[in-house]
Design a protein around this ligand. Structure first.
Ligand code: CA
Length: 438
């Protein structure tokens, strides 16, 4: 649960009236209240940690070298790594102290860096001059299936409309262990995967490029505190173990998935590329946007019961940009629809004693909403190919074509404040040909 101290901290850093001397427009996902963390580099330099205000990248290692984190007891090189893992490992109190210090340094009235413009070129970079990299080294990746609307739609399409949810679905957050090696940062383009598929009418499978590449609109949380084998994390403790969240495009090849998934679940249809947004937004920054989750009926087992609000009102957009065309909105959903919340997901992941590490990634599962414009995958939007999407250029989509770019954006907004994630962008490139015979 959130302590009084936590609340005091969050008030200090997320107060809507705070302003920075670094410009961030009203429409920016990155006002001074956000202070996310990422890894970046500039030409000829090594990768290091950053935060972002508006469209300005703040080099945290350079801030450290200039003494701006003095008194916090940090290793001066803590931000001089190509992943955030060493910083995250210091724990939430240190992360909070760093966010609070950044909030002070960049506060509108603080002259300490503002009035030393000779230091700015070493510390502040325009967005166009840098490249964002994978923010963490993820040892493990779990993908849940926690949107009731998505699970129901898939059940209706592939099984039985009258029994769309399998009997276990409302009793545990269904998930599987994915592969972390192919999780990449926004801006990484992915080649269409090749694999085995089998048409319903065919006797034997065939091999070739997937004809049904799809996106899955997800969010993911990243763990910031490890556990030992045998240890379980309760729903009450779960958020202490969560560093922050990203948007997550879990690319899928539906035709490969359909043939391969029985009986052990997803495999090559799901591990050819999953793409995350580069900025990890802390749960503290998201706190003003907490909302209750849907009522869980029937009641869940005691180890899955959670108190307080663990859902977040994050608006999520998916757009497709065909080559040389403007982007086109195909989905507007929201993370608040999640039936199973992140505390329940982490409690379930660890209830058997499975250990977790810093930097592990946990996908929410496709986030569909209750309306036809809020479906989080092409599988649902085009309803198994039966309702093609009309594109600006007159072409139709039932899945993703070669050279289509998929863009996902996520942001929280109320009358006073906007906290966002930026975007996840990836282009689907044609399959890499392989020789017919080896
Ligand atoms: Ca998924």
């Amino acid at each position: 649960m959130t302590s009084w101290d936590d609340k005091q901290f969050m008030r200090k850093v997320t107060e809507p009236f705070l302003k920075s001397w670094v410009e961030a427009g009203k429409e920016s996902d990155f006002p001074i209240q956000n202070i996310p963390f990422g890894i970046f580099n500039t030409p000829g330099e090594t990768a290091r940690a950053a935060t972002r205000i508006g469209d300005t990248i703040v080099d945290l290692h350079a801030l450290s070298m200039h003494g701006f984190f003095e008194g916090l007891g940090l290793d001066p090189d803590i931000f001089n790594h190509d992943t955030l893992n060493p910083f995250i490992a210091l724990g939430k109190p240190v992360c909070r102290a760093v966010r609070e210090r950044i909030s002070e340094i960049f506060g509108e009235t603080n002259p300490s860096l503002r009035d030393q413009p000779e230091k700015h070129p070493a510390i502040l970079f325009p967005l166009h001059a840098i490249q964002m990299l994978m923010p963490v080294k993820a040892g493990d990746y779990t993908d849940f299936y926690s949107s009731i609307e998505h699970a129901t739609n898939v059940g209706i399409m592939f099984r039985d409309p009258a029994n769309a949810l399998l009997p276990n679905w409302k009793h545990l957050p269904v998930g599987y262990h994915g592969r972390s090696s192919s999780i990449v940062v926004s801006g990484t383009n992915i080649h269409r995967p090749k694999g085995q598929t089998k048409a319903d009418t065919a006797e034997f499978p065939e091999f070739g490029p997937s004809k049904q590449v799809d996106f899955e609109l997800e969010m993911a949380f990243i763990t910031g505190k490890k556990t030992e084998l045998g240890q379980s994390v309760s729903t009450r403790e779960a958020e202490d173990h969560i560093f922050g969240m990203v948007i997550f495009n879990d690319l899928s090849a539906r035709d490969i998935q359909k043939w391969e998934y029985v009986p052990l679940g997803p495999f090559l249809a799901k591990n050819f590329g999953s793409v995350i947004s580069p900025w990890i937004v802390t749960l503290d920054a998201l706190a003003p946007f907490r909302v209750p989750g849907p009522k869980q009926e029937p009641a869940v087992l005691p180890y899955l019961q959670s108190e307080g609000d663990h859902n977040f009102d994050v608006q999520l957009d998916v757009l497709i940009r065909a080559e040389n065309q403007p982007e086109q909105l195909v989905c507007h959903s929201n993370y608040k629809y999640m039936y199973w919340n992140l505390a329940q997901q982490l409690a379930h992941q660890t209830v058997n004693g499975c250990n977790i590490n810093i930097g592990d990634i946990f996908g929410s599962g496709t986030i569909s909403g209750p309306t036809p414009d809020s479906l989080g995958s092409m599988l649902e939007i085009a309803w198994k190919g039966t309702r093609p999407v009309k594109m600006h250029d007159g072409s139709e989509r039932t899945f993703i074509n070669d050279n289509d770019t998929i863009i996902m954006r996520g942001y929280c907004v109320n009358e006073n404040l906007r906290i966002g994630f930026g975007e996840v962008v990836t282009k689907i490139l044609p399959a890499i040909p392989i020789p017919e015979k080896l």
